[in-house]
Design a protein around this ligand. Structure first.
Ligand code: MRU
Length: 362
């Protein structure tokens, strides 16, 4: 039985509603779940044009590194006629990549579809069949699902019986094709019948933990407790955290990890309290062209995300704000990176490069 079917079966047995998918391609149309409305409204909308995909990524209607990559791969071809010229496609690639700078999966996915177009152009000149590009986007989508399932399997041995974990932001099913990256080992452990517990950081300012992670863990019947971001140190000091597991938006060649703002603080706390700090990500999040974390461009978002709480204005309108969406955790704080190929450990320059080394049997 596939992982998705097992989760649906589990939900059915526990009488809970299965989680809607973040990205769906059906009957040649792209549907996205509007994550800004979760958890109270589960609304999917159809993107008919590239502009609506771009807007959805900028506004975090679709979010999470792998999910924005998948959405953008389809977004590249959405609304096109049967054929497209390479030059027109290049403009669309650059437009989509400009939507958000930090998660490498976005550029990785659209450049992959573009590379496919470059090869096809040798045969079809300026009339590249859009259907063949769509097939590449579908492959990216299904490979992500397979990666998430394998991350779940490789991370499973870390989830000891009755252990307590802490996660930040949302690196679950909503952030990918299905299952998640950081949450995949939890889903896999729950499926195997293990008892464990997850503390969920609320994740200011956009509350992906409160709105999305506790929602999706709750839907799956996984025991979890929501905490304010600034409660994490206290919970650790009480001895209630055995491990921290987070996702990633970009991993540099030396193992430095860009992830949601607040991740770095958790990693430093883990070092202080002797708690293992793990990252889970597919290899599509590893960027060997970026040597180290300080070269990663960190997205800065609007002041109103900080001055308002939801729609309520909290700070005065003229308050000065610095709102970086991500931070970089140095690799020496990372105990291991769980990928679809297994758990990678330091020295990361070698172990990450090894993940991309050609297989001698191929
Ligand atoms: O701004 P967001 O919500 O897109 O940020 C998402 C994260 O930081 C996730 O932890 C990361 O993308 C991993 S998702 C599997």
């Amino acid at each position: 039985m596939s992982e998705t079917k097992r989760l649906w079966h589990r939900c059915f047995c526990m009488n809970i509603k299965p989680l809607p998918k973040s990205v769906v391609w059906q009957d040649d149309k792209l549907y996205l779940l509007d994550q800004t409305k979760l958890p109270h409204v589960e609304e999917t909308f159809c993107c008919e044009q590239i502009e609506s995909v771009h807007e959805a990524i900028c506004a975090l209607r679709v979010r999470g590194a792998p999910a924005i990559g998948i959405a953008a791969a389809y977004g590249l071809i959405v609304g096109l006629a049967e054929n497209v010229a390479l030059s027109a496609l290049r403009e669309r690639v650059d437009y989509l990549i400009g939507a958000r700078p930090t998660a490498v999966n976005l550029a990785w996915a659209v450049e992959r579809v573009y590379r496919c177009a470059v090869v096809l152009a040798e045969t079809y000149d300026d009339e590249i069949p859009v259907g063949l590009l769509c097939d590449e986007a579908k492959r990216i989508h299904s490979e992500d699902a397979a990666s998430c399932r394998n991350i779940g399997v490789h991370g499973l041995p870390l989830i000891k019986a009755n252990s307590n974990w802490l996660t930040h932001c949302n690196a679950g099913a909503l952030a990918v094709s299905e299952l998640g990256t950081a949450l995949a080992p939890f889903y896999t452990a729950a499926e195997a019948g293990f008892q464990f517990h997850v503390y969920v950081d609320e994740t200011r300012p956009l509350l992906q933990g409160a709105r999305l992670t506790s929602f999706e863990l709750g839907r799956a019947g996984i025991s979890n407790t929501l905490i304010c971001d600034n409660a994490a140190a206290h919970v650790m000091s009480l001895g209630q955290v055995d491990g921290v597991l987070v996702g990633a938006d970009r991993i540099a060649a030396n193992g430095d990890v860009a992830n949601k703002i607040g991740t770095l603080g958790l990693a430093i706390l883990c070092k202080y309290y002797g708690i293992p700090f793990y990252v889970a990500a597919p290899t599509s999040t590893i960027d060997l062209e970026t040597a180290e974390g300080k070269q990663i461009l960190i997205e800065e978002r609007g002041a109103q995300e900080v001055t308002q709480f939801g729609t309520a204005q909290v700070a005065t309108l003229d308050t000065k704000v610095f709102n970086p969406a991500f931070d970089v955790t140095p690799s020496n704080l990372v105990k291991g990176i769980i990928t679809e190929q297994g758990i990678t450990t330091a020295p990361y320059e070698q172990s990450l490069a090894q993940l991309f080394a050609p297989n001698p049997t191929d």
